[in-house]
Ligand binder design. Structure first.
Ligand SMILES: [Fe+2]
Length: 302
């Protein structure tokens, strides 16, 4: 049979090239997002936070492990890990290996759904559908082993916890919730106005659900860190994300924005993360990332 036109073949080849790039090259194009956030007291020295999220690690992802280890060369003052570390039931040793240089630094973490439950096969198209609330869950993952490793190294679990950290010369008030994507967030467990004497107030959540961000902002937390969105994962060049996989608007799918009412809202930073589900191994116009936040003094009294 004769080909009817060269156009369908051209389109098919173009689509195949895009999919090949998105699943083969971009997945490994790890990048560092550098962001300045004027959130410290006036006169404070700059303070750096390495924001890690959504690693979704499998044991055979050696290049990703190497890249994460090298992040320690950035010498951040604090590491914040907003969850979804695991993409495989046997990934805890690999994740501990990847984190090992960073575990020598102060750290804080919360959990995501992909720490508690393993990935499940699903139609990748579902990722582009509107958020449908609580999702199904795969087999349990050994997140407790990862927790033991991180806690043993000195990192603090902020899941439904509120505590103070003294890092360098900063007094930091931290609060976190369990994963809102699984509807496991219980904000009243950590609720209450921030201490105005703290130099930095940090709210941490895996999924940036507006109800949680609103609660942190209402209590006066000034810097909110989250992951989960994968930056939209498949972005349209010149347009941006199509979905966030949660209640957050697509304009905030990754990067820095302001959150809350009033003339001086909180700062929200959403990490596009470093991975994907093993069953949706594709990113487009949204390279995997870790973020280096440089906190700077406010330019006006806060
Ligand atoms: Fe994730």
């Amino acid at each position: 049979m004769r080909a009817r036109s060269g156009l369908p073949l051209t389109l098919a080849l173009s689509a195949a090239a895009v999919v090949g790039y998105a699943s083969g090259i971009e997945l490994r194009a790890f990048q560092i997002r550098r962001v300045d956030v004027p959130v410290l007291p006036m006169g404070a020295r700059p303070f750096t936070i390495l924001h890690l999220s959504d690693v979704h690690l499998t044991p055979n992802q050696h290049d990703k492990q190497r890249w994460i280890r090298e992040l320690a060369l950035l010498r951040p003052d604090l590491v914040v890990n907003t969850g979804d570390n695991l993409g495989h039931a046997a990934a805890v040793p690999a994740m501990m290996h990847a984190l090992e240089p960073l575990l020598r630094l102060p750290g804080v973490f919360v959990w995501g759904s992909n720490d508690y439950f393993g990935p499940q096969p699903k139609n990748p198209v579902r990722y582009l559908l509107p958020h449908q609330g609580k999702r199904g869950s795969g087999p349990p993952l050994p997140w407790r082993d990862l927790r033991t490793g991180m806690i043993s190294a000195g990192w603090r679990d902020a899941t439904h916890a509120r505590f103070r950290l003294r890092v360098r010369d900063l007094d930091i008030e931290v609060a976190g919730v369990d994963d809102p994507h699984l509807q496991q967030d219980r904000y009243p467990l950590v609720a209450g106005p921030v201490d105005p004497a703290a130099d930095l107030t940090l709210g941490v959540t895996h999924s940036p659900e507006p109800r949680v961000l609103d609660a942190f902002a209402a209590d006066g937390f000034r810097l909110l860190l989250a992951g989960h969105t994968h930056g939209g994962q498949l972005r349209v060049p010149g347009y941006g994300a199509l979905v966030t996989n949660c209640g957050l608007d697509v304009g905030r799918a990754r990067g820095l924005s302001r959150w809350g009412p009033g003339g001086d809202p909180a700062w929200l930073h959403v990490s596009a993360g470093l991975g994907t589900s093993p069953y949706a191994p594709i990113r487009f116009a949204c390279p995997p990332e870790a973020s280096l936040l440089t906190l700077l003094p406010r330019t006006a009294p806060g």
